[in-house]
Ligand binder design. Structure first.
Ligand code: 8YV
Length: 326
């Protein structure tokens, strides 16, 4: 008998077709957003689940789904997983590293540029019919080329952004990370290691690319924003909750920093109401990895992990490989 799996959100039809060759598949092409108890209910009797970042997998759910063997996340970030609880329950977790690195770095850079050059604010002005004439300082922003790029979090995506900045835009690149890169990698990225305070103080454009963890909660709050240059911009493509959105809205209103670009939000898809009213922020709905080829590659890797583990016993990108016993 084929193992049973649940695909928790809508996905590319060809991925469902592939999964159906190996599994009894329950899908959700209507893309209903299930509550935790609905997800628990749908998971009864399932050995695998294809998740996205919006399904929480925790001890309570795992206790209610004893047949579950693998949760394959279609995301590189996995803060929706309680990894310790999964390991304790012997449930494998997988994510989708590498396949989204360059696309996400492109988007990070796009958001840096849109923020620095006030693209959203000026577009709203034009659409509102307010453009009557040229003015010397109209929507004058800050330069990206030749400026100092600060990167908080220097994993694969941070490194790909550093290379764009250093080698494409002639930027001085400084970074802070839990662990320092080795010298060869620093040289390849054109980046220098600094303390977090130095990063905040030196960056003309600061981008956040660190994973969410309880320690990273509000890593950028009022105190950190106060250390930044009043001309600086802040971009968050990492996770909501890393920035204190209320403090950021205040900083944007008060001129503590010049502008921000946000792809992720605390409590998304809700957005802090103050962020919706300040003009100097570019807001996008968590789309940094959203190109068709990349989303397809992410879905394929999540599906391949389900097949590799449930059919062959060898996951491709495990997060807790210690649970693999076969
Ligand atoms: C996903 C992401 O689109 O991979 C990640 O960690 O944040 C995005 O690429 C999102 O998490 C949906 O799964």
């Amino acid at each position: 008998m084929k193992p049973s799996i649940l695909v928790a959100r809508a996905v590319f039809p060809q991925i469902l077709t592939q999964l159906a060759q190996h599994f009894e598949v329950t899908s959700n092409q209507e893309d209903v957003i299930w509550s935790a108890s609905e997800l628990m209910h749908k998971l009864q009797g399932k050995q695998g689940v294809f998740t996205t970042g919006s399904q929480r997998i925790d001890a309570e759910l795992l206790a209610a789904c004893p047949e579950l063997k693998i949760c394959a996340n279609m995301a590189v970030g996995y803060n929706n997983f309680d990894l310790d609880a999964m390991t304790a329950a012997g449930v494998l977790a997988t994510n989708t590293p590498d396949v989204l690195t360059e696309t996400t770095a492109d988007f990070g850079f796009a958001l840096i540029m849109a923020t620095a050059r006030r693209m959203a604010e000026s577009e709203h002005f034009l659409r509102a019919g307010l453009w009557n004439s040229w003015r010397y300082d109209m929507f004058a922003g800050s330069d990206v080329h030749g400026s100092t790029l600060g990167i908080l979090g220097m994993g694969r995506i941070g490194q790909a952004i550093a290379k764009r900045g250093a080698h494409g835009f002639g930027m001085k690149v400084v970074y802070h990370n839990r662990s320092r890169l080795d010298a060869a990698l620093e040289a390849a990225c054109g980046a220098s290691y600094v303390s977090k305070s130095e990063l905040l103080q030196q960056a003309d454009h600061l981008i956040l690319v660190l994973p969410y963890s309880p320690e990273a909660h509000h890593a950028i709050g009022a105190a950190e924003l106060a250390q930044m240059k009043p001309t600086a911009t802040l971009v968050n493509i990492a996770r909501g909750g890393i920035v204190d959105d209320a403090a950021l809205a205040d900083a944007l209103k008060n001129g503590t920093i010049a502008a921000a670009g946000l792809d992720v939000f605390e409590g998304e898809p809700k957005v802090h109401p103050d962020l919706l009213t300040v003009p100097n922020v570019v807001l996008t709905p968590h789309i940094a990895s959203a190109t068709m080829p990349t989303r397809l590659a992410m879905a394929q890797l999540a599906a391949d992990n389900l097949i590799a583990y449930l059919v062959h016993g060898k996951p491709l990108t495990p997060l807790n490989p210690q649970v693999v016993t076969v």
